[in-house]
Design a protein around this ligand. Structure first.
Ligand code: PLP
Length: 281
């Protein structure tokens, strides 16, 4: 917490912290397998971009790479070098008297870094999960990983109340992404996903998976899937740092394809699992 190593319960922020008052900050979640951090370069680049996007300047020696190094130390000191874990990094615009415009330039950002034990939901990934569609009520810069997650929170809660794993967000007649995941679907034999623009978060898993797919000659067409195309989907899956490749076998109560995880989905689940098991640094 701001450079001090403290028990999680002792990590406190000011009630005037901009993250607390306005959700004025950004974050990252990194996957850790047996002490190896997965795709840190991509996470560092995205954090850099998110910080720039909301105009937070880090102070002194601070940088995303330094935060990851602190994360490595936390993993060591918390005996998390075996099994799986997640690293969480959050930066807010700091604590100051409440005003919407930025605080004085010398206000230090609040930096919180933590690690936690993690267990992937392998049983659901085997069976396949269900999802619902939900209006995408988010702002115009969904490409930045900000703390402002209220539309995602509300959509996730609606999904949970309906017994679904995820809410697929719909904006202007197309599926953008999930409330906490990216989204791939197979239409007429072609694997498609929403292009990286300001309407989706450029997911690290999405990007890693697209490269892995190319290596085994599976093309990904980055064009949005429209609501009208949903009934014709033969496969559907979600991707995310803590979701891996999650098959969706039921959408809004209707089976996707034959109601079982599809062949392409299975193949991509395998290549991502292999990459996770062998990759990272
Ligand atoms: N889309 C949204 C809205 C997310 O919140 C997340 C992850 O938190 C993702 C996509 C998946 O991104 P990543 O693969 O980097 O975890």
């Amino acid at each position: 917490m701001n450079g001090n190593f403290v028990p999680r319960s002792d990590a406190v922020v000011s009630v005037e912290d901009r993250g607390f008052v306005f959700g004025d900050g950004v974050y990252e979640v990194v996957r850790v397998i047996r002490g190896r951090l997965f795709a840190t370069r991509f996470h560092n680049e995205r954090l850099e971009r998110s910080l720039e996007g909301i105009r937070i300047t880090l102070q002194g020696e601070d940088s995303p790479a330094r935060f990851v190094d602190i994360g490595r130390q936390l993993l060591r000191e918390n005996n998390l070098l075996e099994g799986e874990a997640t690293l969480y990094i959050q930066v807010t615009r700091g604590a100051t008297t409440r005003a919407h415009y930025f605080p004085p330039a010398n206000t230090p950002p609040t930096v919180y870094i933590s690690v936690a034990r993690f267990a992937p939901n392998t049983e659901l990934a085997e069976r396949g999960a269900s999802a619902i569609t939900h209006p995408d009520l988010r702002w115009g810069r969904c490409d930045l990983k900000t703390l402002n997650l209220l539309p995602n929170v509300l959509a996730s809660q609606t999904a949970k109340e309906q017994g679904a794993f995820e809410a697929m967000l719909i904006r202007d007649g197309v599926v953008t992404e999930g409330a906490k995941t990216n989204f791939f679907g197979v239409v007429d034999g072609t694997l498609r996903t929403h292009p990286c623009d300001t309407h989706i978060l450029p997911g690290i898993t999405r990007s890693v998976l697209r490269d892995l797919a190319a290596e085994i000659n599976i093309d990904v067409d980055e064009s949005p899937i429209t609501v009208d195309e949903i009934p014709g989907l033969s496969e559907l899956f979600l991707t995310g740092t803590t979701t891996d490749v999650m098959p969706i076998v039921q959408l809004d109560g209707r089976f996707v394809g034959d109601g079982k995880p599809g062949e392409l989905t299975r193949k991509l689940q395998r290549v991502l699992a292999e990459s996770l098991a062998s990759g990272g640094d």
